[in-house]
Design a protein around this ligand. Structure first.
Ligand code: ZN
Length: 696
């Protein structure tokens, strides 16, 4: 997802729209909440003063509150009410005399003790299964836990005072008010405008840092260990806010806060982001995850997602942040990023697992990421090329203007982009949003013909599988330079004729990597993602008493290959390699290297050589993933020079999914690269520039 990242951070923007709500017959015009967090008791106690409006005809009122709540008392205009509280639904009848805007006071306490995960290695669920927890490590209450009373309808302004032990501060949406410590209690106040979605809350022993960009509060809530990073986040926040406001219009919230979390999350919430402690200290996060979460303020948060018709916001956000910042560096960086998206799709999505973008809701696997983030980003790239810069950016600003406070579907986006560009996009959306798959393109019957008046390159563009309607760029490399032209491709076979005077060398299809297309396995370099996706992996590890054995377990956990067949070196025979993907852990013997196609590797007990450098310190380790030219099978080797080197990197390997070759010293990466594919892609070598017979 991020080319400069060693770690891939999964993002989840968290809104209430994913969760069903029950029917309610009163709405909340305003709320004043006082919430006291008690980490030692793993609970909160709260008092909510609510102004009600639109009470049902029978004075019947229903609110939702966490099913784990214990109601302590409930009054209307100071008169105790009888109520029922069942399965998270609080029902009560208001006395007739109190029909007009009664003020309800509700006191309650809730214990939140979701167990924390034993390990987060290889866990794809971005929430790690934690919906709500309060403890000494901090607190996180997701928007779906109803930690305060909610009507299920858009709710009026909320003023919130969060109290806790000294130094324990809570963060939520809205504008920061007063905060401090008095009488042995820390407090912090937030004011939230009318909100469509329920609020999340995070808390911890934070130091509070604040800055300002115009009226926007720029905040960081960091634990003492990461407090020194405050300016590392506040300055880029201001820089990217300026950048995205130029593109998308005014930032839609009162503040943006970077908040540290005890779980390794990458959440984007309305006006704040919740980043795990280890993640927040990684040097690239202020320039990768941070801009991504900022863009979610516009797409995903202020303009919500109608999940029933597909989540378009992750792809759009990825395109506008992760991708666009690369494109800003250079066209080459942008092209490389697009190539990686296509390679991810080809290596991570099998035909059986594929689904159309309208079915993407959230990321639960690498497949989801390759489709819901990667393919979706490429679709926005193709849309931008189809309707032009003006139509695209006007359309995006139109989406923000019309969608504020709404939940938008793909068809809402289609309508607005059609208006902005005056273009019918029915076919485009039909094939890219409501159909699965990617274009599979190749050349056939390409030949160079002497016409007497010059040269013609003739051939056919073939689409395998259900064809797409595309505008395809063809590039001809000639002795006089590069020539490019565009052609419409529609159907299984589209003939073309390319006229040129100079002797031709090579024909390349889609040279800019602007079309969402898939590759044959041999066109893909071997990567670590191939090991994750392998369905027949054979793992060869040292014996259980070998110091490297333990690290093998972490490695497989990270690769989500706990179920792979594992044997030890002593029992491995070359015949077992037939038809299998292979992963070796430890020093490879010469016979194994030659039997498995790794004979070019220079490595042995206590050393290895990589790109001309010999590594022999105990903290060095090597990871190599390659493909055999004949079968396309993956052969990988993890060769750490000591048990401690192995443990330092074993669980990290899976984060380098797009790479083929890695060298580490301790836990630090020294070298990373993606290898070359064994076969050429969508191109034809036309050799010496002479006229030719048809080539396939
Ligand atoms: Zn995201």
């Amino acid at each position: 997802m991020r080319t400069c990242c060693a770690l891939i951070l999964s993002c989840l923007f968290v809104a209430g729209g994913l969760f069903p709500s029950v029917a309610y017959c009163c709405s909340v015009a305003f709320s004043h909440l006082t919430v006291r967090l008690q980490p030692e008791e793993q609970q909160l106690t709260a008092t909510a003063r609510l102004g009600l409006a639109s009470v049902g005809a029978d004075q019947d009122c229903r609110l939702s509150l966490s099913p784990q709540a214990h109601i302590e008392h409930l009054t209307a205009n100071n008169i105790p009410l009888t109520y029922r509280f069942d399965a998270g639904r609080l029902s009560f009848l208001l006395p007739t005399a109190q029909k007009d805007m009664p003020e309800i006071v509700l006191s309650y306490r809730i214990r939140y003790d979701d167990p924390l995960p034993q390990t987060t290695i290889g866990v794809e669920d971005p929430s790690f299964g934690v919906g709500a927890t309060i403890g000494a490590q901090g607190a996180y209450l997701s928007p779906s836990t109803a930690w305060y009373p909610q009507s299920g309808l858009p709710q009026g302004p909320i003023s919130l005072r969060i109290e806790g032990p000294v130094g324990f501060y809570g963060v939520t949406s809205g504008r920061l008010g007063d905060y401090g410590t008095a009488d042995g209690t820390s407090f912090i106040e937030w004011k939230v405008d009318a909100s469509r979605d329920p609020l999340a809350l995070a808390a911890g022993y934070y130091q509070v840092f604040s800055d300002q960009l115009g009226d926007i509060q720029v905040l960081a809530f960091l634990g003492s260990q990461n407090a020194a990073l405050a300016s590392t986040y506040l300055d880029p926040t201001k820089k990217y806010l300026r950048f995205f406001q130029r593109l998308l219009g005014p930032y839609p919230y009162e503040k943006f806060a970077v908040v540290e979390n005890f779980l390794p999350t990458g959440y984007g919430l309305p006006s704040w982001t919740l980043l795990g402690s280890h993640i927040i200290s990684l040097p690239f996060i202020p320039h990768t995850s941070l801009p991504h979460e900022l863009v979610h303020s516009w797409f995903g948060n202020v303009v919500g997602v109608d999940y029933a018709t597909g989540n378009w916001a992750e792809g759009l956000t990825s395109y506008l942040s992760d991708y666009l910042l690369k494109e800003q560096l250079s066209e080459g960086h942008g092209r490389d990023y697009r190539l990686k998206l296509l390679r991810d799709y080809a290596s991570l999505v099998s035909a059986d697992d594929d689904y159309p973008l309208e079915a993407f809701v959230s990321r639960r696997s690498k497949t989801d990421q390759a489709i819901g983030y990667g393919k979706s980003a490429m679709v926005f790239h193709m849309l931008r090329r189809k309707i032009g810069e003006e139509g695209f950016w006007d359309g995006l600003r139109g989406v923000v203007a019309e969608g504020r406070g709404q939940r938008f579907s793909w068809s809402d986006l289609q309508r607005i982009f059609e208006q902005a560009s005056n273009t019918d996009l029915t076919d485009f959306f039909d094939q890219w949003i409501y159909r699965s798959g990617a274009a599979r393109l190749s050349f056939e019957d390409v030949r160079v013909v002497d016409t007497g008046a010059g040269r013609e390159v003739r051939g056919v563009v073939v689409q395998t599988g259900l064809p797409f309607a595309l505008k395809l760029a063809l590039q001809l490399k000639t002795e006089a330079g590069l020539v490019e032209r565009c052609m419409a491709v529609d159907g299984d076979r589209t003939s073309f004729v390319f006229r040129t005077d100079a002797p031709v060398l090579k024909l390349v299809g889609d040279p800019g990597i602007d079309i969402f297309r898939t590759f044959l396995p041999a066109e893909l370099p071997a990567t670590i993602n191939d090991l994750r996706a392998s369905t027949n992996l054979l793992v060869v590890v040292p014996a259980p008493d070998d110091p490297l054995f333990l690290a093998s377990h972490d490695l497989l956990l990270g690769l989500q290959q706990q179920g792979a067949e594992v044997i030890d070196w002593a029992s491995f025979v070359a015949e077992q390699a037939t038809g299998r993907d292979l992963l070796f852990v430890g020093a490879p013997s010469p016979s194994v290297r030659s039997a498995t196609g790794l004979s070019h590797l220079q490595a042995g007990e206590g050393w290895f050589r990589w790109r001309g450098v010999r590594y022999q310190d105990l903290d060095h380790s090597l990871f190599v993933s390659e493909k055999t030219a004949e079968t396309g099978r993956v052969v990988a080797l993890f060769h750490p020079l000591s048990a401690s080197a192995a443990q330092a990197v074993a669980r990290k390997i899976s984060h380098y999914g797009r790479y083929s070759h890695l060298v580490f010293r301790g836990g630090a990466n020294l070298y990373k690269a993606t290898g070359d594919p064994v076969a050429q892609g969508f191109s034809v070598d036309l050799g010496s520039g002479q006229f030719s017979e048809p080539v396939r």
